[in-house]
Design a protein around this ligand. Structure first.
Ligand code: SF4
Length: 134
């Protein structure tokens, strides 16, 4: 069975509309959303191939923590506890402006908004930027 799921391309901030082609319950391709107001039926090469990472065997699906020279899979609880501890220690030791964050065009607007809010309110610095400005 074939179905077409409307969504937005995850690769950059343009926000092109696309249809995920789902065949027998698995994403099998991407097609441009013909009547989407942003891209009007066009996709760049990244958009045409945006589905390929979904089931790719190299895709990271669990957090990794470096232990020596190795990266070890861990739980989200352990990873987030480690990050929170390191950020807290760095802030106490060197102040909030010793910390900076870089966000991504591959996040949603809402995720980017939450990150800058976290940086300003919780960390206490304006050191936040976005990969699209690099
Ligand atoms: S199709 Fe290309 S231009 Fe459009 S959002 Fe995706 S990466 Fe950006």
């Amino acid at each position: 069975m074939l179905s077409f799921i409307p969504t937005v391309c995850p690769y950059c901030g343009c926000g092109c509309g696309m249809l995920l082609v789902v065949k027998d319950g698995k994403v099998a391709g991407c097609e441009p959303w013909q009547r989407h107001p942003v891209n009007e039926g066009k996709l760049c090469i990244k958009g045409w191939n945006a589905h390929q990472f979904i089931d790719h065997p190299d895709r990271l699906t669990k957090p990794l923590i470096r232990k020596g020279d190795e990266f070890t899979e861990t739980s989200w609880d352990e990873a987030l506890t480690l990050i929170a501890g390191k950020l807290t220690a760095l802030k106490e030791q060197s102040g909030p402006d010793a910390i900076s964050f870089l966000s991504s065009a591959r996040c949603t607007n809402e995720e980017n908004y939450l990150l800058q809010k976290f940086v300003r309110v919780v960390i206490g610095t304006n050191n936040v930027d976005h990969c699209a400005r690099l």
